[in-house]
Write a protein that binds this ligand. Structure first.
Ligand code: SF4
Length: 433
């Protein structure tokens, strides 16, 4: 959106106050995210009422999902830009500054039909130039997970053509990106909808040849055996740049919960998949996400999940307590659990994982690990924050590094001297000598 606006002659400013226009990019996935999005829209509306802001554009998933309701809740909104109209954002921007500003609700909606092809992200503008970039390889999702509203909002799965992904990756690398994080609602089925049907393994092979990239990280792999096959695992294991770090949201392990979630795998299939990944990719770091308190989840099924977590000892684990989402299949299920049960199961799961995570972090003390420097610590000369290859940006742990003249994007060997909860404390090897 920023790229399109910039191409249309708009210039971005840091603060909304005094701007001609503000774009609020919303999330519509969960009620908490929608509340947060609406709170920001209301703040902008207040600025507009006080004459400190020109116009308000609302974009993103919530704009797609709750279009009219948004304008009803906040009449100060000038334009609601649907997901599939993203690339027409400059049209919406011009409408807010036109002499005859749109006034009716219909005039204030800029919607488009679901896309036939994945949108090209060819005019990206980085707000903060960075050595890390997310690269979306596909849009939408064809799965039917009972708890999830994403397919309803974002439509069917559309892969970006492989040449387009590789070009985009090259441009990012030429612009200084050293770590590329590949994302999609589901990265594992990349290419299945394209005429030439490239596969994720093929894409990784092409990206692996971009010399200036240091790390390529894969997020959001769906745990299906036929997608996470030996070809893909071997491509990761033999790659120079693709990290042996896999993020595979498993959601649960009890057969009956997985069935009610419509996840399409049994507990045993899931266990065998993890075993196969660990056998084929030596030293693999596994991250997963679990969902507790799904409708009908019994005490015994939750205990099975806890037992699974204790045995598998995932390197990284995130969890959610189930929340009802209108329009999803699971909202119609019986057996919804009280909030207190969901919360206490969430707490027990996180406590279990915390102990594992602390032990795994402590086991890294005394080792020499490569750390990518993310930033210098303000007003502390010689202090830096970075991550190892086992830590994805924003979601995993950090390494606090002492060193000299380090710069963001640089990868330096560090001696790990101690831990701080989930994080590590290290000294750049030159300093350690
Ligand atoms: S695979 Fe992910 S995005 Fe797709 S329906 Fe399941 S949870 Fe939602």
């Amino acid at each position: 959106m920023l790229g399109r606006l910039q191409a249309a002659g708009y210039r971005w400013v840091v603060e909304p106050e005094g701007a001609d226009l503000v774009v609020v990019n919303t999330c519509g996935f969960l009620d908490t995210a929608r509340e947060e999005s609406l709170a920001v829209v209301r703040q902008m509306a207040e600025l507009k009422r006080r004459g400190r802001l020109g116009g308000i554009l609302v974009a993103g998933c919530m704009a797609q999902r709750d279009k009219e309701a948004l304008i009803e809740a906040c009449p100060e909104i000038d334009q609601v830009v649907g997901l599939f109209a993203r690339d027409q954002i400059a049209v919406a921007a011009r409408r807010t500054t036109a002499e005859n500003r749109p006034s009716t609700v219909a005039e204030r909606l800029l919607m488009a039909d679901p896309l036939e092809r994945a949108p090209a992200d060819d005019c990206r503008v980085a707000l903060v130039p960075s050595h890390v970039a997310y690269l979306k390889i596909a849009e939408g999702c064809d799965r039917l997970c009972a708890f999830c509203s994403i397919p309803m909002i974002r439509g069917r799965y559309l892969s970006k053509p492989i040449d387009q992904v590789v070009d985009e990756a090259r441009r990012l690398a030429d612009g200084g990106v050293r770590e590329l994080v590949l994302i999609a609602q589901d990265t594992s089925v990349y290419g299945h909808d394209l005429a030439d049907r490239p596969r994720l393994a093929e894409l990784l092979g092409r990206l692996d040849r971009i010399d200036s990239l240091a790390w390529i990280r894969l997020m959001y792999l769906y745990p299906r055996r036929s997608d996470l096959d030996d070809e893909l695992l071997d491509a990761i294991a033999s790659s120079d740049r693709v990290l042996p770090y896999l993020d595979i949201p498993l959601q649960h392990i009890a057969d009956e919960v997985l069935r009610r979630m419509r996840r399409g795998a049994t507990g045993d299939e899931t266990r065998r998949l993890i075993q196969r990944i660990r056998e084929r990719i030596s030293g693999v770091v596994l991250r997963t996400t679990l969902l507790v308190g799904f409708p009908g989840e019994t005490d015994a099924q939750f205990e099975e999940l806890l037992d699974f977590v204790r045995r598998e000892r995932f390197d990284r684990l995130g969890a959610f307590a189930y929340r009802r989402e209108p329009g999803t299949a699971s909202d119609q299920l019986d057996g919804h659990l009280p909030e207190s049960v969901k919360e206490s199961r969430y707490d027990r799961l996180m406590e279990t994982q915390q102990q594992i995570a602390f032990e795994l972090a402590a086991a890294r003390v005394g080792r020499r690990l490569d750390v990518m420097i993310d930033r210098a610590v303000a007003e502390q000369p010689g202090a830096y924050v970075g991550r190892t290859a086992a830590d994805a940006p924003e979601v995993d742990g950090l390494v606090y590094v002492t060193g000299d003249d380090l710069r963001p994007g640089q990868i330096v060997p560090c001696e790990i001297v101690t831990t701080q909860d989930y994080d590590l404390i290290g000294v750049a090897v030159d300093r350690a000598k």
